[in-house]
Design a protein around this ligand. Structure first.
Ligand SMILES: C[S@@+](CC[C@H](N)C(=O)[O-])C[C@H]1O[C@@H](n2cnc3c(N)ncnc32)[C@H](O)[C@@H]1O
Length: 233
């Protein structure tokens, strides 16, 4: 089906590109040097309080670590990403751990089609900033439509905290200085070319998209975490 001229094209990666397997491997290695993603996944799962029969959608699954952790706590995980290289890598990792209840789908926030019953939970970590703000809201409204009433949505992303709005050059420089040499190109590209937005904008979008924010925290200058519940109709 042809796409309208105004439609955002998710197949084009803006900013850092995860299309090559070398980049995907590098991403996986780098993540393990400054982030305990397994521990993060367990914390998210305890906040989601899933039942064994639940289905979870994950958008921007990347190398699939969260999906693998979640697979042990629910019936099925649908792990979605626009990068088929990421998905191939994630599928191999899952196979290596003999996990067979993850379905990998090559699609994105704006293109994934959900044909089953509304799900118990949706998770997205470090991926929404790939969309400009208008498309972020459209994406969040879509996600809300996939969730059952009272279902939970956990979002984490690189967002700019309100308190840092005075001296941007120092803030961005401080962030760059905190990153190890290997990660500076990626972070520079992120700040320059990707679509991280302000915490207050994300909060307003979440509410507009039909979520109640149950808990939120901003870590340092740049990381936002939000646990939301789909508001009753
Ligand atoms: C920085 S990685 C994060 C991966 C993983 N969630 C994590 O926390 O490590 C961003 C991921 O989002 C994916 N992505 C980019 N644009 C997307 C879109 N429009 N819809 C879904 N995923 C997207 C990328 O391919 C990449 O795998």
């Amino acid at each position: 089906m042809s796409r309208p001229v105004w439609q955002w094209d998710e197949s084009i990666q803006r900013g850092w590109d995860y299309k090559s397997i070398t980049e995907v491997r590098r991403y996986d290695e780098r993540m393990s040097t400054f982030r305990d993603a397994k521990d993060e996944a367990r914390e998210i799962l305890s906040r989601l309080a899933l039942s064994p029969d639940d289905v979870v959608l994950e958008f921007g699954t990347g190398t699939g670590l969260f999906a693998r952790e979640a697979a042990g706590r629910c019936r099925k995980v649908i792990a979605i990403d626009v990068s088929s290289t990421m998905l191939d890598y994630a599928a191999l990792q899952a196979q290596g751990e003999q996990i067979d209840n993850i379905v990998f789908v090559n699609a994105g926030f704006l293109t994934y089609q959900h044909h089953d019953a509304p799900v118990a939970a949706i998770v997205s970590q470090m991926a929404l900033h790939h969309l400009p703000d208008a498309w972020k809201l459209i994406a969040l409204e879509r996600l809300s439509g996939f969730l059952r009433e009272e279902g939970r949505f956990y979002l984490s992303d690189v967002v700019y905290a309100d308190r840092v709005q005075t001296d941007w050059a120092s803030v961005f420089q401080r962030v760059m200085d905190q990153i190890d040499v290997d990660g500076r190109d990626e972070m520079g590209t992120h700040i320059r070319e990707e679509y991280s937005t302000f915490d207050w904008i994300i909060r307003q979008m979440l509410v507009r998209a039909g979520f109640e924010i149950e808990w939120a925290e901003i870590e340092g200058d740049l990381l936002g975490r939000y646990l939301c519940r789909k508001a009753r109709a």
